[in-house]
Design a protein around this ligand. Structure first.
Ligand code: ZN
Length: 174
């Protein structure tokens, strides 16, 4: 069972700091691995499985709530949709649309597959039926009616760029 994905954003306070205060780095590494193993390295939103670059995500948005029940495995693409302030504004690689022929979860699955097949963004957008581009706003109820699309524009954040490319590469091999 996939969880429902929709564009959202993290509390700017935790977003800016992005520091886990109550857990040491080594402990976080262990905990992250435990969560990834529990979920069989599978994104809980799109079903993408990869042993590298998956993220242990805090469900309630609080980076200090490290209970197992508050952590889940999410892939870099779904993470950019979920944290769309990051995706749209900070990294500038996510676009938001009003209309889609598919659910947000399916948009991620189809985008990954078609990009791995070498399709252009415009071909993918046409296939998905994405229409009427909208700006990002820090408003959860506004965002939840929109659909996020991870474009092929390059991000300056090295980690994200590598993580996305890894995902496209392993999808292309399947
Ligand atoms: Zn995913």
């Amino acid at each position: 069972m996939m969880k429902e994905l929709c564009p959202s954003f993290a509390n700017p306070k935790t977003w800016r700091n992005n520091i886990q205060e109550k857990i040491a780095k080594e402990d976080w590494k262990k905990l992250r691995l435990k969560i990834l193993k529990r979920d069989d390295y599978t994104c809980q939103y799109c079903g993408f499985r990869a042993e590298k670059w998956q993220i242990a995500h805090h469900i309630d948005g609080n980076p200090n709530n490290n209970e197992d029940t508050n952590l889940e495995t999410i892939c870099p693409m779904c993470n950019l949709i979920h944290h769309s302030g990051q995706g749209c504004v900070v990294q500038g690689i996510v676009d938001l649309y009003t209309e889609s022929n598919y659910s947000q979860n399916e948009i991620v699955q189809i985008t990954r597959k078609m990009r791995a097949e070498g399709k252009t963004d415009q071909e993918i957008i046409n296939f998905l039926g994405l229409k009427e581009k909208m700006p990002f706003k820090m408003d959860v109820s506004y965002l939840r009616n929109l659909y996020g699309f991870v474009t092929s524009r390059k991000t300056l954040q090295d980690w994200t760029q590598k993580a996305l490319e890894y995902g496209y590469n392993i999808s292309a091999r399947k």
